[in-house]
Design a protein around this ligand. Sequence first.
Ligand SMILES: [Zn+2]
Length: 421
Amino acid sequence: MSLSLSAEQQAFLREQVRERFLRYVRVHTTSDPDSPSCPSTERQFDLLRMLEAECRELGLKEVELLPEGCLLATLPAGDGEAEPFGLLAHVDTSPDQSGEGVEPRCHENWDGGVIHFPKDPALRLGLEDSPELAQFIGDTVITASGDTLLGADDKAGVAEIMTAMAAFTRWPELPHGEIRICFTTDEEVSRGIEGVPLERLPRACYTMDGGLMGELEDECFDAWQLKARFTGVPVHPGSAKGVLVNASMAAARLLASLPEGESPERTEGREGFYFLHLFRGDAEQAEIRLLLRDFDAEENRRRRAVIEDGVARLRERMPRLQVELEWEHQYANMKEGLRQDPQITERAARAIEDAGVTVLRREIRGGTDGSTLTALGHPTPNIFTGGLMYHSTREWVPLKALCAASETILHLARRWTGAAS
Ligand SMILES: [Zn+2]
């Protein structure tokens, strides 16, 4: 079996992935961290319903849209024996930036010059902002219009999976076993796997949710969130001596005691951090939310102890201060889970190479649905989608990378059959 696709197949991928991507990003699917419902926003169904219809049109089997916000579909196996695997992508976009009224712009034959945005004249995107752009000079670079994110995270993944399914339908001779696809909601608010019927996923899965072309991620943060609530004793400041217990000052003292070097803005690579992502309060009440991130779970245990010790000292100094700590383990580093079956990640690496792309092994300074799935017994590495500067108005994706990711899926399917050594 030849490793390269025909010119006709390449052209098909290019045309399909572009058309699908440009259409999917226009659907408003922002998730909401403060919503208790599942999925967090009803609008995520708008894209799920559209995909449901398209899966049926493609002739996929067992197409089912679950009320919890999850779309399942199956590409039945072609000829020959092969173990099934799963492909996941999330339909929601990050609440960090508006995702309403996205107007994608295709910069055809991009010459390397600064990209301007019609909806925000002050915004610029050039090689100095995103040096990775250099390898896509001459290609089509897609951005939004300046007032929204683009939504390549993760509609690029969705478009790439749908394009690969369309190719399998069009060319039944492309070798593949059973492929189970699963489009999820609320990944951006760390609830991506809620509502996914795990028993209906094959053991091995892949998320199409990575960044730069070639990236293959098999390691992610170990992640904790702390919600801490401080309750003080308020009193008029003029007669406060010995009476006032200031909740916000107590919270601020705790935060000030954390090591300055262990913050997101001072760390990179494999270094972990504390990240304060919410602080609100007055003299009577204060609330902080801290994220703890590290590749080494032991380091996060140490950070938790630092905070617990700090709170113990506050309680000693201010006996009438009340502090409530609520810890949540958000996800675990998937490295251990993947190490038990290295074939899963290896096949993805070979498939990326088959698509003519250099593999970039990366650790994710974040988490994906795959982190949770791996912890739950479904080893799930993360494959690139091609997009960069996610969650921002300057988010961009090159068409070449969208094609390469779709093609990677075709090779991956072949690697899971006996048709590739
Ligand atoms: Zn994502």
